[in-house]
Structure formats: structure tokens, C-alpha cells
Design a protein around this ligand. Sequence first.
Ligand SMILES: [Zn+2]
Length: 131
Amino acid sequence: MKDAVCHKFQQEVSNVLVRHKSILDIITKYQESCAKVNRAIIKSVTACGCIRIDAKKQDIPDHISFEELSDYMSNHIAGELCDICRDKVEKELGNHLFYLAALCNALHLNLQDIMLDQVKSLETLGKYSLY
Ligand SMILES: [Zn+2]
């Protein structure tokens, strides 16, 4: 069932993408959509204020295990997205996914296969994948 959702999404993108079918349009729209995701997150900070960026150097003690490392790492986000900002970020992420699927379609790549390869890589390499 989950496989069907990804395949259906990629097929629907193929069906509706007419105006920006050129790989040049897709690449630039993909980049633009990424900027809009970032913009939506930043506006949640600067316009709404529901979240704050509270960044500082990650303070990691010496001689800790990899398993303990996540206890010392911060995402530097304080607060939670409000409903309005959550909707905006989700909308922009959806638009970004649209152009990712379009990019896959133009290059005859299967997004589901790419995702499955990544899952296998993460399962195999685990913490050594260092994402
Ligand atoms: Zn907000």
C-alpha cells in the first residue's frame, strides 16, 4: 500500500506537469521550491514567532559513545510550529516533493526505488552512514 502511494504520486505528477516539462524548468523549479520551504520556516521565526532559532556551538563532551551523542546534539529550534505555519511548511514541502518527482520522471528514475535503496543503505550502514 505504501509503495502504491509513492508510485501514484509520481504518476500524478507526470500527468499534470505540462507547463514546466523541460529539465531546465524542473531543475530551477526544484531549487525554487527548496528556497520556499526554507522561507516558510524562516517566516515562522521572523514573522509569526511560533518558533525561535536558538543556535550555539554543539557542546559535546569527550569520550562519549555514538549512542550517547544524540543526547548532546540540538536541532536549535525552540518552540513548536503553530497550525498556520505548519500548514505553510507542509504546503511548501509538498510542492518540493512535486518537483522531486518531476525530476525523477524526466530522468526515468523511480522515486520508490530510490527511497528503498536509501532505506537499505541506512539499515546496512546505520550510524556509519553519517547523515
Ligand atoms: Zn507560526
